[in-house]
Design a protein around this ligand. Structure first.
Ligand code: ZN
Length: 153
């Protein structure tokens, strides 16, 4: 799944559950749950196998997604202000929600090929449910919408 829906859910969890010892692990766990929702991602694993690195188009999509994820997490955290502690918890939960993917990034972008990274990649790939770009983006927009609805209630 893209990073923006992950962050939307992670930040929503921490908004609803201010206790960082509960919300941060839950946000981390939510990553693996969301991977089961059929989705579409740039195919950076097969691209890296084929060309040694992700294509320019995929890197562009990832850059936009990561920027949107940062904005989303910050905006949701901002809603908790002036409660700084709660806002920091929301930022930390946002980070935790994408940590499983961040762990992978040296594999794709620094050409780091350790056994741990390969095992981690295979583990994450085993959870992914892929579908076509149309449906796969729609489910992710629906995930973000669900997070916003939850935040508003
Ligand atoms: Zn992931």
């Amino acid at each position: 799944m893209l990073e923006t829906p992950h962050v939307a859910i992670g930040a929503a969890i921490a908004t609803k559950i201010p206790n960082p010892f509960i919300s941060i692990p839950l946000a981390f766990a939510s990553h693996f749950v969301l991977e089961h929702i059929p989705h579409w991602n740039p195919h950076i694993v097969s691209e890296t196998k084929k060309y040694g690195r992700p294509t320019k188009k995929s890197v562009m999509i990832i850059a936009v997604d990561v920027t949107l994820a940062l904005v989303t997490g910050s905006l949701i955290a901002w809603q908790a202000m002036p409660d700084t502690k709660h806002a920091i918890t929301i930022m930390a939960a946002s980070f935790a929600s994408v940590l499983p993917d961040l762990i992978e990034s040296p594999y794709f972008f620094l050409k780091m090929r350790t056994k741990f990274l390969k095992d981690w990649l295979n583990f994450q790939k085993s959870l992914q449910v892929d579908t076509t770009p149309f449906w796969g983006l729609l489910t992710q927009i629906a995930t973000i919408a669900a997070a916003i609805l939850w935040l508003k209630n």
